[in-house]
Design a protein around this ligand. Structure first.
Ligand code: AMP
Length: 480
């Protein structure tokens, strides 16, 4: 069974919604969705939105390209848009943390799109730019903050933002945050979150450190696994070429000169390598731009926008910078250098084959990259199809049951352990009751299946949704 099949199997029990009309979202949000042409929720949306609307914590194993932004944005907008509370200075009601500036910008754009008919004020915080405008926006009052961890913590330390009014906290791409060394910052931010909040946690992979973090953060979460990597198997044609290092440039040039390569992302291992490669391509008459962490925010955004508008056909990127690239119509992904981390291969090739389109992912592997290739193949549980000669000459090694053996694979297939906070949240649990929208199942105390009666008991013990609580408070206020 492939990594993908493992994911899908673990989702088999989830109730899936077939249309947004089945989800009880407020009219202004429904309207913006229909204007976007969204009719059918993606799997992560179908499974996340109902429990999130009911106030449940969610642990979602999903990555960019699955529609997860709307999965957390719609419930937040729905809750804020019910009666649009005043935007308090420096005290947001919802916070979304994203690892990169690009991703934070995309998330904020999505909130603007889905919330266009609501009077929600949002503030976008990221580093590398002057903080003046960000602070001014916080001072004026904001419902929602989308931020990268470093700048958020900086502004918290300066007293420009307090999290004590927070109702919903979203941690997006948690695994990438840890890869980027944000764990100490995250811990400091998490320590400031109020206890009575909802947390939505998304990660593409669930290595042990992520599971540990999710246990700290989440209160008895609904666990959801979806994989966008069906694309890597079904829609993305993978090709591998064994080449000499010095051959790579010419090969790349030949490839990018083909008319069918309409929009390509080329991955280089280092920032310097990306710059050199980009210069060379431009010199050869190929319309390319580089995007990596040493570029200013403005330069990165300009390159991305030009790529989106088709003014630039080739983006040469490093892994970190490419993480937030959400551009439809990328026909080719080229692994000019194989990635150091095998998981990055999956993220990289997922830049193509989006929105149901097909795509081609080409990898060049030279002699000293064979170990990296082995790690990738171990992770994805299959051999990448070789074009031309395969100098390895050996037969693919199969694992005992044909299962992927990589550490990501092992972790992905397991469900998350229950929260350590559960024991301390009895009061919260006592307030729970099912409002009819939290239709998904929870992981049992050992992460295993629960009996039907246990599930029933849990359902009826759920706290009322946020909306129900707000309604109750309003009614009480009206009566007094
Ligand atoms: P995300 O994973 O949030 O980055 O979303 C990936 C892409 O899918 C974005 O271009 C979204 O605009 C698009 N998208 C998200 N949800 C839907 C939906 N239900 N129907 C159609 N497109 C969607």
């Amino acid at each position: 069974m492939s990594l993908v099949a493992g994911f899908l199997a673990s989702n088999a029990d989830w109730k899936t919604l077939n249309s947004f009309a089945e989800i009880n979202l407020i009219d202004p949000v429904q309207q913006s969705l229909s204007e976007q042409g969204y009719e059918t929720p993606t799997p992560i949306q179908a499974q996340t939105i109902p429990p999130a609307l009911a106030g449940e914590d969610v642990l979602g194993c999903a990555q960019t390209g699955t529609g997860k932004t709307a999965a957390f944005a719609l419930p937040i907008l729905d809750a804020l848009g019910q009666d649009t509370p005043p935007a308090l200075p420096n005290r947001p009601l919802a916070l979304v943390l994203a690892p990169t500036r690009e991703l934070a910008i995309q998330i904020a754009d999505s909130f603007s799109t889905y919330g266009r008919y609501l009077k929600i004020r949002q503030t976008l915080l990221f580093g590398g730019v002057n903080q003046f405008r960000q602070v001014r926006s916080l001072d004026r009052g904001t419902h929602l903050v989308v931020a990268t961890p470093g700048r958020l913590l900086d502004l918290m330390n300066q007293g420009h933002i307090q999290l004590n009014h927070l109702q919903t906290f979203v941690l997006d791409e948690a695994d990438r945050m840890l890869d980027m060394g944000f764990l100490p910052d995250l811990k400091k931010i998490i320590a400031e979150l109020p206890d009575d909040r909802q947390s939505l946690f998304f990660s593409a992979t669930l290595p042990p450190k992520i599971v540990e973090l999710s246990e700290e953060l989440l209160d008895n979460p609904v666990s959801i696994n979806v994989t966008p990597e069906t694309r890597s198997v079904d829609l993305i044609e993978q090709q591998l070429y064994f080449v000499d290092r010095k051959e790579k440039r010419d090969r790349l040039h030949d490839l990018l000169s083909q008319p069918e390569v309409k929009r390509a992302v080329v991955f280089a291992r280092t920032k310097r390598g990306a710059d050199q490669l980009c210069k060379r391509l431009v010199f050869e008459g190929i319309n390319a731009s580089a995007i990596h962490g040493d570029k200013t925010q403005g330069a990165r955004q300009r390159a991305l926008n030009a790529f989106r508008r088709n003014q630039v056909h080739v983006l040469v990127a490093t892994d970190v910078a490419a993480r937030g690239i959400d551009v439809d119509g990328i026909t080719h992904v080229v692994n000019y250098d194989l990635p150091d981390e095998p998981e990055a291969y999956v993220h990289r090739i997922g830049r193509t084959g989006r929105a149901g389109e097909s795509g081609v992912a080409i990898s060049y592997c030279c002699g000293d990259e064979r170990a990296k290739l082995r790690a990738i193949e171990k992770l994805i549980g299959q051999r990448v199809p070789v074009i031309g000669e395969d100098p390895r000459g050996d037969k693919p090694k199969r694992s005992s049951k044909g299962k992927p053996q990589g550490k990501g694979a092992a972790n992905r297939s397991g469900s998350a352990k229950p929260s350590r906070r559960r024991a301390t949240t009895q009061n919260k649990d006592q307030r729970r009751s099912n409002d009819g929208r939290g239709t998904n199942e929870r992981g049992g105390p050992q992460g295993g299946p629960q009996s039907e009666s246990k599930k029933q008991a849990k359902r009826s013990a759920r706290r009322p949704g946020k909306k129900a609580r707000l309604r109750k408070q309003r009614d009480a206020a009206a009566q007094s």
